[in-house]
Unconditional design. Structure first.
Length: 143
């Protein structure tokens, strides 16, 4: 699946916001898809980086990256339910790693809900390793 990854600029366009509402429609991290989009829009306005994955003109995945040092933090990784299980998250994170390496980031860290099916296996496959407390994972970028 050819996934194009880019950085979403603030303010979010209506097209991106509408597609991201579909992406986050079943995300357990938010009370609603609209709330998710508002959190993401506020975060990029505050200087965080929102990476989005596009397929056939539709935004089907995204992840927020924040932090100013050589360690940056992934939040809210989500893939549209219709495209899960096809390597979209893998491709998105792979490209995020490449883009973050260009900005001299050394580590990506994240807290994940390990009760969601397949999350630990997906993280290990993407190069993340357990780090710190339960649910915290870390990935060295320049491997």
């Amino acid at each position: 699946m050819p996934l194009l990854v880019s950085v979403a600029a603030a303010p979010l366009s209506a097209h991106i916001a509408a597609d991201l509402e579909k992406v986050y429609a079943d995300s357990p991290e938010f009370v609603s898809a609209a709330a998710a989009v508002q959190v993401l829009a506020d975060a990029i306005t505050d200087g965080d980086t929102l990476y989005v994955g596009v397929f056939n003109g539709h935004y089907i995945a995204s992840v927020l990256v924040r932090g100013e040092t050589d360690t940056r933090y992934l939040r809210y990784l989500c893939v549209h339910h219709a495209t899960r299980g096809r390597g979209v998250a893998d491709r998105l994170v792979e490209e995020v790693r490449r883009l973050e390496l260009e900005r001299k980031t050394r580590w990506l860290e994240a807290d994940f809900d390990l009760t969601q099916e397949g999350i630990p296996e997906m993280l290990l496959a993407m190069g993340f390793i357990p780090h710190g407390q339960q649910g915290q994972y870390r990935c060295l970028i320049d491997i």
